[in-house]
Design a protein around this ligand. Sequence first.
Ligand code: HEC
Length: 302
Amino acid sequence: MRPNMPVLALAALLSLGALGSAAAAEPYREHYPQARIDPARGVDGDIGFSDTLPFWRTEAELERNAKWVGDPHEQWKLNWKFMDLDRVELHPGHLAVDEGEAMAARLGQRSPAFLLCLADGGKDLKGRAAAYPKYDAMLGRIVTVESHIEHCAKTVLNEEIRQGSPANNKLAVYFKSQSAGTPIKVDLGDGKLMESYRRGEKLFYAKTGQLNFACATCHVPGSIMGHKLRGETPTTPFADAAHYPTYRTPVGALESLQERFARCHSQMRTLQLKPGDPAYVDLEVFMTVLSNGYPVSVPSAR
Ligand code: HEC
């Protein structure tokens, strides 16, 4: 029997149409080969990845490897962790914590409900930052420390304290300092959070921008990681989220994790997004899961 030509043609057209709409929903992207990262291992996933974790995991290890500080070939293996907390003499990050604390107290005087909102109804902020980002069922979205501060300011004080603003960063660094030393424990049991993790993971490997680089092009083994690139050496992404917001010495200001994403995006000649953009929230979830089990390490300086 002869095939029914019009029907075949119609079928071909329909499948072309389906292809066309799929392409419209998701633009063509190349991907950097995916590294094997198991979210359940948290920061221990760096073992078998960059394998630098043993050099910077503890105070004692950092002490032992202090000889590498300033050595252009070895220093990257310390993941800059010697710049956290009190490991360097008093740095302006400490000042920022004090300023954030004073700001929180001032806003709390205006309305005690602001502090209550920050603490999710609890009596203080102790240990709370270690569980962020988390899914808020009432808001129907993932909440970061920075977006939580923005939300509480808006709803309780009717004030804009936008993510990425100096005021938000100061409050965030104070908020997180109340968890300094507490191991990060992002809730992998939450389905919504894991969906966000998977989206963030995908973004990490997706090539974008004029250079067609992915985050992974610089931050996974076998890539530029560990090699000097225009005076800088990209390090492992494990435990990075633990020390943000950080005090950036070269510019004399705090920088949130999502502002750092924007800076890497500008280095890769990719459109920079604003703090709070859903793509950056997903990347923050991905990176914070890679810090699970590692202590919150603010204040820090970079
Ligand atoms: C062209 C190479 C390159 C690309 C691509 C790149 N980065 Fe970076 N990134 C760097 C360098 C260099 C540093 C500074 C050294 C370091 O700490 O790793 C850095 C630092 C970081 C830090 C801060 C680390 C710290 O200890 O404070 C984060 C977080 C980060 N990158 C995330 C990303 C993400 C997410 C992407 C993709 C959106 C990305 N990077 C893409 C080169 C790159």
